[in-house]
Design a protein around this ligand. Structure first.
Ligand code: GRF
Length: 224
């Protein structure tokens, strides 16, 4: 049997790391084509770092507050850590920092993020509160390539959930998180298998997504 050539992931987070956990769990499957080589946080006490260490994954942190040289210098240091880890793909999973333009450019096409709304609606902080305040009846999550502009960039996959009349930010957030945990590992698999293509028009096609699961998150693919 040939050895699976796994895509190497660096996962960046600031908090709980439940998306990290979903990716760790996916990586335990023998046929999953990716592995995590680094978990990094700007918050030294992020719970996600403990999840990484518990799984035997290298976990590093660097506090951003008061970092000499400001955002550019900080992001350069983070970039160097990622480069040293040998990562092929940088996965933002609840990384609550705007990355600098040079960081976004350095990792362009190899940097993805998950956001808890159906982009391009409700970018930025407090997406759930924005969603409820707007009175929309559906929300969800989006996985996209990162570009310098916040929560913009080619959308790879989305999952939809209803917004219920008695939802608050926490209950809506939990419903969306369950979908995040489902689609993020699937998108990483698709990237690892070279099935994600960004067209000249900036629109993403995910090829050969025959899994019924994937069809649900990208309904256009269910038609054929
Ligand atoms: C998720 O809702 C994600 O969409 C957003 O930050 C949250 C991270 O949650 N970017 P967790 O740390 O993965 O539990």
């Amino acid at each position: 049997m040939g050895k699976v050539n796994r895509l190497k992931l660096a996962v960046l987070l600031s908090g709980s790391g439940s998306n990290l956990q979903a990716i760790i769990d996916a990586c335990t499957a023998a046929d999953y084509p990716a592995e995590i080589v680094l978990v990094f946080s700007n918050q030294p006490d992020a719970k996600g770092l403990d999840r990484a260490r518990a799984a035997g994954i290298e976990a590093k942190s660097l506090g951003h507050k008061g970092y000499p040289g400001g955002r550019e210098a900080y992001d350069h240091a983070v970039s160097e850590l990622i480069a040293q880890s040998g990562a092929d793909l940088v996965v933002l999973a609840g990384y609550l920092r705007l990355v600098s333009e040079s960081f976004a450019k350095r990792w362009e096409g190899r940097l993805i993020n998950i956001h808890p709304s159906l982009l391009p609606s409700f970018k930025g902080l407090h997406a759930h509160e924005q969603t409820i305040a707007a009175g929309v009846k559906y929300s969800g999550c989006s996985v996209h390539f990162v570009v310098p502009e916040m929560d913009a960039g080619p959308i790879i996959a989305q999952a939809v959930v209803p917004v219920l009349a008695d939802d608050d930010a926490a209950s809506l957030g939990q419903r969306i998180l369950r979908q995040e945990h489902r689609i993020y590992p699937q998108v990483i698999r698709a990237i690892a298998e070279d099935r994600v293509v960004v067209g000249d028009d900036g629109r993403v096609t995910v090829h050969d997504s025959h899994s019924p699961d994937f069809a649900h998150i990208n309904p256009v693919l269910a038609r054929g």
